[in-house]
Design a protein around this ligand. Structure first.
Ligand SMILES: Nc1nc2c(ncn2[C@@H]2O[C@H](COP(=O)(O)OP(=O)(O)OP(=O)(O)O)[C@@H](O)[C@H]2O)c(=O)[nH]1
Length: 542
């Protein structure tokens, strides 16, 4: 009796729920926006016809990016049929010397200043497509409704105000992979994009994998123990594949970036029936043929997008729209795309495309109107201290300045202000990496004017000037800019004919080059106002 009551109670509960259940069955219908059988067939056939692509048909459009400065490359082959231009270049252009310095003497930095980083970047892989079949009350198994995988995340870069060092950059940036597709035609979530923020004045170049470079360096060092790191990096040549608007204009050269790819059969995922089962079927072989065409279309699309300017990009001002360094991989197709008259139950879907993996060399080049060049102890920091708001370290020993310091010189509301960069002192054979080397020259490379600071206290300041000119790249390099020669420490032995002689030698030389020359005492503040006027002229702001 007790049991009967329980049964009655249960069935009355079921009867109460019945309208709800029925309602659910009636309202559930198969997804109506899945591609139809006919659409799928037309779509798949279109790829069969597109197998033969002409590589040169790929247009070379690229989102507009601020290009970096050219450097010499040897062009070994130009495309007569294919797409690639083979170039040869010294290893040094595609890596960072300071990165490999064994005993990094430049690590004695002041504060948190880092101006060169090799960064590993990876865009996300596409998510896998889903294998699913719609169900409802009337159909145990309905049409395929597996959604597509989401796109892999991209890696972007952007120059922003308020940063003045690359110290905060991470050693690697990895964008998110796309999510897998789901039943009911749901596409997977797109992978998370990465945005790398850098200071204004940063240049970015494609770089070789530092591990590969290290191996090459070690090999070369074993072969010739006397060779310096710099020699190896400059003499070792590498071959690279580039693309360009054919060969007419070097400016439009791009590095071609390549993704990993899978063999065709590995890009399928199967459910219920095995890969071997499918491989034997004629309808699957036909589908595979179509997929070769589809994969090719994806591949060409990737080739079109996956490129990076050979000479890098130069972020001289705030970036408005972030620039894409690496594009994420396309998501895999869900099984709803494979319903055809031959394939009623596609128990397979496709995996997503791989993301890209590459290294980039980030270098910060300060953007100062003027650069101060001098031997250590010439008084550069004292000058900057005197004329600007900057407070660089000053000391009576060599290499007080270990990092570049930027100062702004304001000249009231009627005249434009200008910026001056003080870089570490340069010594003989700095181009061979002596002293602080020449790496800091990049901070004044783009300056409109160079101010050579000489110390009249030295034995032969004119020789110092010649040495500095030689070290910074010779007269050709110097003549690209406005030049001002400053003879500092004029307070010492002011009245002695010896000091006067040194100054007159320099003055005569400067006259032959039509350069301005000025004696000053930064310590005593003598001729400082005149110096500021002449500097403004040299900076082109007067
Ligand atoms: N007598 C005299 N001494 C000066 C003058 N200018 C700078 N000095 C001194 O020279 C020394 C070096 O000055 P810094 O300004 O540090 O020289 P620097 O060129 O920046 O040196 P590094 O940092 O090594 O490149 C300090 O002791 C200064 O006080 C000057 O006009 N007269």
């Amino acid at each position: 009796m007790k049991t009967d009551n329980a049964v009655i109670e249960m069935s009355s509960r079921a009867v109460k729920r019945l309208p709800k259940i029925l309602n659910r069955f009636q309202s559930s219908s198969f997804p109506d926006n899945a591609p139809t059988l006919l659409k799928n067939e037309q779509w798949l056939e279109s790829f069969d016809r597109k197998i033969g692509y002409n590589e040169r048909e790929l247009e070379l459009s690229y989102e507009s990016v601020p290009m970096g400065a050219k450097f010499p490359v040897k062009i070994n082959s130009i495309p007569s049929k294919g797409r690639y231009i083979e170039i040869e270049s010294p290893l040094s252009y595609f890596t960072s010397t300071s990165y490999f310095r064994k005993f990094n003497k430049h690590s004695r930095t002041q504060g948190n200043f880092v101006d060169s980083r090799i960064v590993r970047c990876k865009s996300g892989s596409g998510g896998s497509g889903c294998i699913s079949f719609a169900r409802d009350a009337n159909h145990r198994i309905g049409p395929p409704d597996g959604g597509d995988g989401g796109r892999g995340g991209d890696v972007y870069v952007k120059a922003v105000e308020g940063m003045n060092s690359l110290a905060k950059l991470k050693s690697s940036y990895i964008a998110g992979d796309g999510g897998s597709g789901a039943a009911r035609q749901l596409d997977g979530a797109a992978g998370k994009d990465i945005l790398i923020k850098v200071p204004i004045g940063t240049t970015i170049r494609w770089s070789l994998d530092p591990d590969d470079v290290r191996q090459r360096i070690e090999k070369d060092m074993q072969a010739d123990k006397n060779k310096s790191l710099k020699d190896i990096l400059n003499s070792r040549m590498i071959d690279l594949k580039c693309v360009g608007k054919y060969y007419q204009d070097v400016d439009t050269y791009f590095m071609q970036l390549f993704r990993n790819t899978r063999p065709l059969m590995d890009s399928w995922i199967f459910k219920h029936k095995t890969r071997e089962y499918h491989e034997d079927k004629a309808w699957f072989k036909q589908l595979n043929q179509n997929m070769i065409g589809y994969d090719k279309s994806l591949h060409y699309n990737e080739l079109r997008n996956d490129k990076f300017p050979l000479f890098g990009i130069d972020l001289k001002e705030t970036t408005k729209t972030p620039i894409c360094l690496l594009h994420g991989g396309e998501g895999g197709l869900g099984n709803m795309h494979f319903l055809t008259s031959m394939i009623r139950n596609p128990r397979f879907a496709r995996v997503g495309r791989y993301g890209l993996h590459s290294h980039f060399l980030f270098e910060l080049k300060s953007i100062a109107d003027l650069g101060l060049i001098g031997l250590p102890n010439a008084g550069k920091s004292t000058i900057l201290n005197k004329i600007s708001n900057a407070r660089p370290r000053i000391g009576d020993w060599k290499f007080t300045t270990l990092i570049p310091t930027l100062g702004t010189i304001s000249r009231g509301i009627t005249k434009s202000s200008f910026t001056v960069a003080d870089i570490p002192g340069i010594i003989e054979d700095a181009h061979l990496d002596k002293g602080m080397g020449l790496e800091f020259l990049k901070h004044i490379e783009r300056s409109r004017g160079w101010v050579f600071v000489l110390s009249l206290e030295d034995n032969a300041p004119l020789n110092d000037l010649m040495l500095l000119i030689k070290e910074v790249g010779g007269m050709d390099e110097v003549m690209k800019r406005n030049v001002l020669v400053v003879c500092n420490k004029a307070d010492i032995g002011r009245d002695s004919p010896q000091y006067m002689g040194k100054y007159l030698d320099i003055l005569n030389f400067c006259r032959t080059q039509s350069w301005d020359c000025l004696p000053i005492s930064a310590l005593k503040g003598a001729n400082i106002d005149l110096l500021v006027d002449k500097m403004a002229r040299c900076a082109g702001t007067d």
